[in-house]
Design a protein around this ligand. Structure first.
Ligand SMILES: Cc1cc2nc3c(=O)[nH]c(=O)nc-3n(C[C@H](O)[C@H](O)[C@H](O)COP(=O)(O)O)c2cc1C
Length: 176
């Protein structure tokens, strides 16, 4: 079987200031079948080229949405990307079958520690619950939603822990 073509849609408000996602992106980019697409680098003005984005999606079998968790959600540029790119007739609706059968992997990092994301914890809800809009979007588009790749408590993470995350991400992508 040929290797799946993986597209990492990377969204970070300030990519230059990133530690964890930057390490993950570097690990991802070292795989030959992975294309990393940095939304903020490409669209600093948030003006998404819908045609170009849809073409990129068509060319890949696995779509990874990688982002730091912001306000229990995605960074704004990734929400704008969803609103513009996942259009009627492309991702859903009549003839909207262009993403059907592709895999969707959410890869996210949270400042909050793992135990904060549970009923009774600091944030009350699990990450799976908070990511339901992305799961519902995958369902609507006929995509196979994968178990989330998440790393919690990332603020102040030391270099050894950072290396571990990058290695685990590399392995996860390689197995897709
Ligand atoms: C605008 C903003 C909103 C954030 N919201 C959350 C949040 O809702 N929950 C959380 O656990 N961490 C939150 N954080 C922390 C980030 O998730 C954390 O800084 C990020 O995952 C670190 O990754 P990086 O090194 O790639 O920037 C927020 C950070 C910023 C800048």
């Amino acid at each position: 079987m040929s290797q799946s073509r993986i597209l990492v849609i990377y969204a970070h408000r300030r990519p230059a200031a990133s530690r964890v996602n930057k390490a993950m992106v570097q690990a991802a980019a070292s795989l030959p079948n992975v294309t990393v697409h940095d939304l903020m680098a490409r669209y600093p003005d948030y003006r998404i080229d819908v045609e170009a984005e849809q073409q990129l999606l068509r060319e890949h079998d696995v779509i990874v949405l990688q982002f730091p968790f912001y306000w229990y959600s995605t960074p704004a540029i990734l929400k704008e990307w969803q609103d513009a790119v996942l259009a009627y007739g492309f991702a859903y609706g009549s003839n909207g079958d262009k993403l059907r059968g592709k895999k969707l992997l959410v890869a996210t990092t949270t400042g909050g520690p793992g135990e904060a994301y549970q009923a009774g914890g600091y944030n009350q809800y699990t990450l799976s619950e908070l990511l339901r809009p992305l799961q519902a979007t995958a369902n609507l588009a006929g995509m196979a939603y994968q178990p989330v790749f998440s790393t919690s408590g990332v603020i102040g993470m030391d270099d050894a822990a950072l290396d571990k995350v990058a290695t685990a991400y590399h392995q996860r992508l390689a197995a897709l």
